[in-house]
Design a protein around this ligand. Structure first.
Ligand code: ADP
Ligand code: MG
Length: 462
């Protein structure tokens, strides 16, 4: 196998690049310099060496944060075998030291967060229609010239219309052009919680609030999602105002999203209002039929689904309230087709299966907690088991299924899913998702496919 790895190295890496749509720039910078070092006990040791950089630690951090899961699943895929990956820092080889995957370098700013980003939310996967063309164009412009054009960029629109997708796309693009950029995506709730954790604790030290400020005020780009949650919360709003000031002073890009435009907030301070208005405010509207159809077709192609255009058109005609609903309807039909072994979904089936879905367009909210409950019950294990670190297959496997379902049925980031599991690392989550996704794609375990379909039905019942 040693020789097989050595001789197939380039093939595997190029496949990885294709499969995970990694840009040439990122690939050449981060992945190309990797090389095969050794194989021991099913662990592939990969040597990391970035001769053009001062040290390898930034690269190791980026590989761990962004690419580790991809690399691992590519090797597993290729050799169809459980394998582990470990990074070896070339500078350490003389000392015979290994840098393992969990070894993150503390010198690297923690705020360098690829980890807060969903890899699927990029400009490439964002369908442009009349409803969102302004928002998309402004986002792209900001990503290409951060801090120079519209600052802040304020995106607003209803639920499930693509605000978060666009924000992640901006962050990905900025990092693609400049992998060293200090980019942070947070929801306004995360921002609030972090602040409250510090100031709510009476005995907090000045150092903690300074750390918070250093983290937020030194960014090159801050993307803050769903700002409506902090409007009216005085202390948070004040801190945010000063953050905004500091960032604008150093020409850092700020991107804000909200469910409504600044002028519609009743108790938005005037000075914050005027800050928001310094940049550009753009809305995202409901998509029209053509855009809905294009989104469905794109999703169908991306996920390699066999659903005919009549059915897609039926969905596009009937599900109008948000793109999340649109995707949800498609997923339901796919689950139905797998579960009932019906390869040909007809419009009649779609009509029947999506009846309630279409009547009540606002389906029940799916939370990480409700998914854990359903998965635990389904596999007859406890919720605590799922959140535990137990490695036995009857627990670890349902846990990975939970990861997969969470990522596909909700909008939560890898970190958030990790958090729901009692603080697991995002690479663990990514690995779990990729593994289940690959198994479903190959249908290598029909029981799994069946279980996943049943779970989807249980999680989003008719
Ligand atoms: P919001 O943040 O406005 O509530 P999201 O960005 O979370 O909405 O979008 C909901 C879902 O719809 C996501 O899965 C997203 O990828 C998808 N989506 C939204 N807009 C588009 C689009 N224009 N093209 C493709 N997918 C989209
Ligand atoms: Mg959102």
């Amino acid at each position: 196998m040693y020789n097989e790895i050595a001789s197939n190295w380039d093939i595997i890496m190029n496949k990885l690049k294709e499969e995970f749509s990694i840009s040439d720039a990122s690939f050449n910078t981060w992945l190309k310099p990797l090389s095969f070092y050794d194989l021991k006990d099913n662990v592939i040791y990969i040597m990391v060496d970035y001769p053009t950089m001062n040290s390898n630690s930034l690269g190791i951090d980026i590989i761990n944060k962004k690419y580790y899961g991809y690399i691992k699943s590519s090797f597993i895929d290729f050799f169809n075998k459980e394998l582990d990956i470990k990074l070896v820092n070339k500078s350490d080889i003389n000392n015979n030291e290994e840098t393992t995957s969990n070894d993150t370098n503390n010198d690297i700013k923690k705020s360098y967060v690829h980890s807060n980003l969903n890899q699927k939310y990029t400009f490439d996967t964002f369908i442009v229609g009349e409803n969102n063309s302004m928002a998309q164009a402004a986002s792209l412009a900001v990503a290409e010239c951060p801090g120079e054009l519209y600052n802040p960029l304020f995106l607003y629109g209803g639920v499930g219309l693509g605000k978060t997708h666009l924000m992640h796309s901006i962050a990905h693009k900025i990092l693609e052009y400049n992998p060293n950029a200090n980019v942070l995506y947070v929801t306004s709730e995360q921002f609030t919680n972090e602040l409250v954790d510090i100031i709510g604790n009476k005995s907090h030290k000045d150092g903690e609030i300074n750390d918070f400020r250093n983290k937020y005020r030194n960014l090159d780009c801050l993307l803050i999602d769903d700002i409506q949650f902090i409007i009216g919360k005085d202390r948070t709003q004040l801190e945010f105002f000063h953050t905004l000031n500091a960032l604008q002073d150093k020409n850092s890009q700020i991107v804000i999203s909200s469910d409504k435009p600044p002028k519609d907030f009743d108790n938005l301070e005037e000075r914050l209002q005027s800050r928001f208005n310094m940049g550009l405010t753009v809305d995202i509207q409901l998509p029209d039929y053509e855009t809905r159809m294009a989104i469905l077709k794109n999703k169908k192609n991306m996920d390699n689904l066999s659903i005919n255009d009549d059915v897609l058109s039926f969905i596009a005609n009937n599900v109008k309230s948000s793109i999340r609903e649109l995707e949800g309807a498609l997923i339901r039909l796919v689950a139905y087709s797998r579960l009932n072994k019906v390869s040909d979904i007809t419009v009649e089936i779609a009509e029947r299966e999506l009846k309630d879905y279409i009547v009540s367009t606002s389906s029940k909210e799916i939370t990480l907690d409700s998914i854990i409950d359903i998965v635990a019950e389904h596999f007859k294990i406890t919720k605590e088991d799922i959140k535990s670190t137990k490695k036995s297959k009857n627990i670890a496997f349902p846990r990975q299924i939970f990861m997969y379902l969470s990522r596909n049925l909700t909008n939560h980031s890898l970190d958030e899913v990790g958090e729901a599991l009692g603080g697991k690392d995002h690479t663990t989550i990514l690995y779990g998702c990729n593994k289940i996704e690959a198994m479903l794609r190959d249908n290598s375990d029909p029981t799994l496919t069946n279980n996943v379909d049943i779970l989807i039905k249980k999680i989003s019942p008719q």
